[in-house]
Design a protein around this ligand. Structure first.
Ligand SMILES: [Zn+2]
Length: 426
């Protein structure tokens, strides 16, 4: 009889711990699966176990009530600079890369894609010091320039842009390198773009181009209508030098032609490249960005850009729906870099999740040239889950009140470990 009771209890305990973590009552926005509705999300062993209208709280070890909040796939920032601490990695104006865990997880970003901070000469160091140590998942566009972005002189050195070496390294690191980056070139010729595209073709991956200096010898229109392939990305879509509006303020037709060809337009806000006087008319006239990204570095993070949610909030206040803003910050960037295992909350997928709140009130947003746009809503990161682990919790949603814990000891790690395994978010 005792044995039978123990078996029954064992089964009961098993039933109660079917899931590690249950996010209950939130509004799930999952563009890939066309869901925008109140759903419960259950997580087990680092993966999404179930998404359903009502999953019993008794089936989870930890239940977090998220009614009134949005539950979305972990955000993917397609353009970041995270090769922190390495000698010589700097951007224009003395801005430097920063370590991803210092800014990403706290705003729902679980994956950042470094946009060319490293090249073939220092990618191994980047992988060892950042990619393999960060809790944030780090993917990379490999710079066609051998040393990445150590400063202007190197970025103008066409002789160090080696197609075969870049392609070979990308193919040897398919788990991490998702594309080739071409950036900051000031010369009159197309050589860096052509080499980047050739390397991308050889490795079967997209190219992301930061056009650098705009010059009459190599018009922007030619870049997006001829030089780039379908699936390649132009970043800094709303930078004023991009020809965007005619004298009457109407969008130029070539932009739609480029988009029809399959060329993609990424925000890449950064410290210079996002202006409301381009972005607002473009969005209102039907030319939203394919992906919403930050171009985060030590400069832009303290200026108008701030963080991924601030950039997303700008688009929300321009009239884009929350579903659309999430789509262009999750599933669409995942598709652009051919990482379709990311950017959605399907059962069986990696449990990367952002829990977000839309705050209503009087807010203002600043662009890269210092102009302001007033708004009435702002996205706030409440909770971030990476590979099933709670990695950020703004308001202690997962924690117990101190006065109910008695003579409490340190409450485990700073991160509540929702998994039984040792899976790290990668
Ligand atoms: Zn950049």
């Amino acid at each position: 009889m005792l044995v039978l009771i123990l078996i029954l209890c064992g089964n009961a305990v098993f039933a109660q711990t079917r899931y590690d973590l249950l996010l209950k009552g939130g509004h799930v926005i999952d563009p890939k699966n066309k869901i925008s509705a109140v759903r419960d999300v259950a997580i087990r062993d680092g993966l999404i176990a179930a998404v359903a209208a009502n999953i019993p709280a008794t089936q989870a070890r930890k239940v977090v009530h998220v009614a009134g909040l949005y539950v979305t796939p972990g955000l993917i920032d397609l353009h970041a600079h995270v090769f922190a601490g390495s000698d010589g990695v700097g951007l224009a104006g003395g801005h430097t890369s920063i370590f991803p865990d210092t800014f990403a997880l706290r705003v729902g970003v679980t994956t950042v894609v470094d946009a060319g901070s490293s090249g073939r000469r220092n990618f191994a160091n980047f992988k060892k010091t950042v990619i393999d140590t960060a809790r944030t998942r780090v993917l990379a566009f490999l710079n066609i320039g051998g040393a990445g972005m150590p400063g202007d002189a190197h970025e103008q050195d066409v002789s160090d842009m080696n197609v075969n070496a870049a392609a070979d390294l990308a193919m040897a690191n398919r788990d991490t390198i998702v594309g080739i980056k071409v950036a900051h070139y000031r010369g009159p010729d197309w050589t860096p773009v052509e080499r980047g595209v050739e390397a991308g073709t050889r490795a079967g991956i997209p190219v992301m181009v930061d056009f650098g200096e705009f010059r009459p010898e190599r018009p922007f229109q030619e870049l997006v209508l001829q030089k780039l392939r379908p699936g390649d990305i132009y970043t800094h879509a709303f930078y004023v030098p991009v020809p965007m509006l005619d004298e009457k303020g109407r969008l130029l037709p070539y932009l739609f032609e480029a988009r029809k060809r399959g060329v993609l337009f990424d925000v890449g806000h950064g410290g210079a490249a996002f202006e409301f006087r381009q972005a607002v008319p473009a969005v209102k006239q039907g030319f939203p960005p394919d992906s919403i990204s930050t171009d985060v570095h030590s400069g832009s993070i303290n200026a108008g850009m701030k963080d991924q949610l601030n950039v997303m909030s700008k688009f929300l206040n321009m009239g884009m729906s929350i579903e659309d803003v999430i789509y262009r910050s999750t599933w669409n960037p995942a598709r652009i870099i051919h990482r379709e295992e990311l950017g959605h909350v399907s059962a069986g997928a990696i449990a990367d999740i952002a829990v977000l709140r839309i705050e209503k009130g009087q807010f203002a947003f600043v662009d890269s040239w210092g102009a302001r746009m007033d708004g009435t809503q702002r996205l706030i990161g409440e909770l971030t889950v990476a590979s099933g682990r709670v990695v950020f919790d703004l308001n202690g949603l997962t924690r117990e009140p101190w006065d109910r814990l008695g003579q409490y000891q340190p409450q485990g790690e700073p991160f509540w470990d929702g998994t039984r395994g040792s899976a790290r978010p990668r």
